[in-house]
Design a binder for this molecule. Structure first.
Ligand SMILES: Nc1nc2c(c(=O)[nH]1)N[C@H]1C(S)=C(S)[C@@H](COP(=O)(O)OP(=O)(O)OC[C@H]3O[C@@H](n4cnc5c(=O)[nH]c(N)nc54)[C@H](O)[C@@H]3O)O[C@H]1N2
Ligand SMILES: Nc1nc2c(c(=O)[nH]1)N[C@H]1C(S)=C(S)[C@@H](COP(=O)(O)OP(=O)(O)OC[C@H]3O[C@@H](n4cnc5c(=O)[nH]c(N)nc54)[C@H](O)[C@@H]3O)O[C@H]1N2
Ligand code: SF4
Ligand SMILES: [Mo]
Length: 728
């Protein structure tokens, strides 16, 4: 049998080979696959290696891929069940249109394309090119992200293209650019294992980046200390040395406090600061401007714990700091990110073995998808669409003039606000479910109702697509070849495993057909397959900070992934950044950024006295379109709930498993209480993977970070009350 698991080889090594080590029927279980293909999980930014088993153009199961170095065969519950999507009865097999009174009815591709293109032309002729917007997503490969960036600008001719990473990676991206001039985790995860202290800020790693837990445990086995900043005692926090139960939305104060301890107790690395950084004096002054008592009052963390954190971080020789959406989903998302980087730079622990820093990228291709130009202000290679030199280079690669290349457009939440205001009239979306994932769902629903035309491309009819006029049946992850870039910055190969079923088409062929019908064929006709798109992406990224030029499909396969930047084919790739301390900023130094504490957009008051924060559970993924269709995962967590501390529950007469109402200024939900002692008593938590009356985003606030534009998903103010039952 092809690809026997490595574990068997190890057994053989230990005990000698046995001819009957393959069980009857082989390793493949009951159904005999025709082939087993190595690829990667379609879900989170870990991008675990996996092998999919195929029979009769169906994915029928999986095997671990034990040689893939990142996860070495390990998978989380979502990875184990991912293969069940392809054969799901809800899978879209034809294009459809919405007919009043009948719902969605199947149509031909000709009608789907003809209607969409006619409406694009009509709306743009009437209201101007930017009145038709496009929204995209980073579950898509690098090739599709790149293609969509080019398509929106040169075929759709709109400035208004943005992506769902706006809800995810942009605070980290902006913070990384400010501090380092480049947006990627600074190290491969191997450096975690060698750190003496690990600080996790706002990340529930065991549920959301499960394989990262394995690296942390390996560090713990070597004696590493662990600090966790989270208003909840998450599964990883249950094992930590120091838990800092921060009040949602106040991390920048807490991080100032920790920096103050480093300064006052002599833990700063003055030689590194002098030689390799700029901006220290202002940053130091900002940290010393706030007393630890004040920090404690704002953040809800005890002074002695802030001191302990500073000492634990300060005393170590090696360290790794990681953060995720807990600190980034904030009106101070960028402030929080640079505050974390300030701790790393103050101690000079970067660019060396066991010394690292990184945001934990969320979506599958959340890293690559934020580099290749489907952000509203960006061109491939992480270039700036407003920079004349960057524009000139991309125009030369694309063969267009500067006049043909639109300028900076609006962010995804701004696009929704403009739809609501009647300024944007048409929408094309792919791989995005904003009705569930944007804050303030009632507002989003109102906006979608105002569109004159909406075409959605997806393989399931997600909740936003209910509002579409035309739905195009696109492709699943395993139905098209391409590349993706993991949280570590490792570019990996996604392999085609099966063809799209029925009349469904690959996403790429849909975009290319639209481009041709919009009269832009000359920019796209040379794309014959995914590899030809990747080869153009390599050239387009050349010389940018996210430089992929030296990466080829063959190298990715041979080397099991290549870390960017990789400027030449002979270049080995860059698992660890900054070993030479040459940063990509204007002065070549790493930048400190002084932060002054700002309060969150919403403060508690008598009317809305409780803080709400939102996030995830291990068994569901994002807006749930995919995982709410997989029985085994639904069983693990069938419905959302409200995590509430026993003290707060008692105050309101709420008991475990009882229905309760949670209401904000925007809307309400009625869900069951989950009374747990692992959350701050002034805070409640709701996972956000459900739509409609169960949606956490009925409650959240349309308040955004001024730099990154990310919504404040991690803090809203609510009131609560017991309820007699669910809402009908
Ligand atoms: N199972 C699962 N895994 C996923 C995903 C999924 O949907 N499901 N999605 C993927 C994606 S796209 C993303 S972005 C990542 C997200 O990964 P994470 O960021 O780890 O997940 P979240 O649950 O959004 O938030 C993390 C933690 O932030 C805490 N938190 C809330 N408010 C605050 C605050 O103000 N300060 C601090 N310090 N912490 C706070 C929450 O209690 C929570 O434990 O996960 C990826 N992996
Ligand atoms: N309250 C609250 N809201 C949040 C968050 C939170 O923590 N709290 N987290 C935010 C974050 S971090 C994120 S990343 C967003 C995510 O929000 P969304 O991006 O809206 O969520 P998804 O479920 O990924 O929706 C993507 C859609 O793309 C489809 N899709 C997936 N892969 C492909 C593909 O290859 N091709 C095509 N054509 N379609 C595909 C799926 O079927 C799904 O319908 O949610 C944000 N919203
Ligand atoms: S969801 Fe993430 S951690 Fe789980 S198997 Fe997939 S890539 Fe790996
Ligand atoms: Mo995300």
């Amino acid at each position: 049998m092809a690809n026997p698991p490595v574990a068997v080889e190890l057994l053989n090594e230990q005990f000698g080979p046995h001819p009957a080590h393959v069980p009857p029927g082989g390793w493949v279980g009951r159904a005999q696959p025709e082939k087993i293909i190595k690829t990667h999980c379609c879900f989170c930014g870990m991008q675990c290696g996996i092998q999919l088993k195929v029979s009769k153009n169906q994915v029928i199961g999986f095997e671990p891929w034990e040689e893939f170095p990142f996860n070495r065969g390990k998978l989380c519950p979502k990875g184990v069940k991912r293969y069940l999507q392809g054969g799901h009865p809800d899978r879209l097999l034809t294009p459809m249109k919405r007919v009043e009174g009948q719902g969605f009815v199947p149509i031909s591709w000709e009608e789907a394309f003809e209607t969409t293109v006619r409406e694009i032309k009509r709306i743009q002729a009437q209201y101007g090119p930017d009145s038709f917007a496009m929204l995209s997503g980073v579950s898509l490969t690098n090739e599709k992200s790149y293609l969509i960036g080019k398509f929106a600008r040169l075929a759709l001719k709109t400035a208004n293209l943005d992506y769902n990473g706006r809800l995810c990676m942009v605070s980290a991206g902006a913070g990384n650019k400010k501090a380092f001039g480049l947006d990627r985790a600074s190290n491969s995860w191997d450096d975690i294992v060698h750190a003496e202290v690990i600080l996790l800020a706002g990340t529930n790693v065991a549920e959301c980046s499960p394989i990262t837990t394995d690296y942390i445990w390996r560090a713990r086995d070597r004696g590493a200390k662990l600090i966790v900043i989270d208003p909840r005692v998450t599964p990883i926090a249950r094992t930590c040395d120091l838990h800092l139960p921060v009040k949602p939305g106040t991390d920048s104060a807490l991080l100032l406090g920790i920096l103050r301890v480093l300064i006052e107790e002599g833990f700063t690395n003055e030689a590194f600061i002098a030689e390799h950084t700029s901006g220290w004096e202002d940053t130091k002054a900002a940290a010393l401007a706030m007393s630890l008592e004040e920090v404690s009052r704002i953040s809800g963390v005890r002074v002695e714990d802030i001191q302990k954190a500073g000492r634990m971080w300060g005393e170590a020789k090696t360290s790794f700091l990681m953060h995720a959406r807990g600190i980034e989903h904030s009106t101070k998302g960028v402030d929080n990110v640079v505050s974390c980087i300030n701790l790393v730079l103050a101690t000079g622990r970067i660019g060396k073995k066991g010394c690292g820093y990184g945001t934990i990228t969320g979506q599958g291709n959340g890293q690559g998808g934020r580099e290749h130009g489907h952000k509203c202000d960006q061109l491939p290679g992480n270039r700036d669409i407003s920079n004349p030199d960057h524009r000139a280079y991309i125009c030369s690669v694309w063969g267009c003039t500067d006049e043909e290349l639109p300028g900076k457009g609006h962010t995804a939440p701004e696009i929704m606000e403009m739809i609501h205001a009647g300024e944007i009239k048409g929408l094309l979306s792919i791989c995005f479910n904003p009705l569930v994932s944007l804050p303030d769902s009632n507002f989003t629903a109102e906006a979608l109702g105002k569109l004159e035309h909406y075409t959605a491309i997806d393989f399931f009819l997600n909740e936003t697509a209910y509002h579409a006029d035309v739905v195009m049946a696109g492709s699943l992850h395993e139905e098209e070849e391409g590349t993706s870039t993991s949280a570590e910055g490792r570019v990996i190969k996604i392999n085609k495993v099966v063809d799209p079923p029925g009349e469904a088409r690959t996403d790429t062929s849909i975009i290319l057909e639209l481009a041709k019908r919009l009269g832009a064929g000359k920019f796209f006709d040379h794309f014959t397959d995914s590899e030809s798109i990747f080869n153009e992406l390599r050239v387009a990224s050349k010389g940018g900070t996210a430089d992929y030029f030296g990466i080829t499909y063959q190298r990715i396969v041979d080397e099991m992934g290549v870390f960017w930047p990789c400027p030449e084919e002979g270049h080995p790739g860059t698992p660890r950044l900054w070993e030479d301390y040459k940063f990509k900023t204007n002065d070549g130094k790493a930048h400190f950024n002084a932060v002054t504490y700002r309060p969150p957009a919403e403060e508690v008051d008598d009317e809305y006295p409780i803080v709400l924060t939102t996030g995830r559970v291990v068994s569901h993924y994002l807006s749930g379109t995919q995982t709410r269709r997989i029985g085994g995962l639904v069983d693990l967590c069938p419905d959302p709930y409200v995590e509430i501390h026993p003290t707060l529950a008692e105050k309101y007469g709420i008991v475990n498993d009882q229905w309760m109402r949670v209401e904000s200024r925007r809307g309400h939900v009625v869900l069951k209480a989950k009374v747990v002692s692992t959350i701050r008593p002034d805070t409640v938590f709701i996972p956000y993977h459900w739509p409609g009356k169960k949606a956490a985003n009925n409650l959240t606030n349309r308040a955004y970070d001024p730099v990154s534009g990310i919504p404040e998903f991690k803090r809203a103010c609510v009131r609560i009350a017991p309820a007699s039952g669910p809402e009908q």
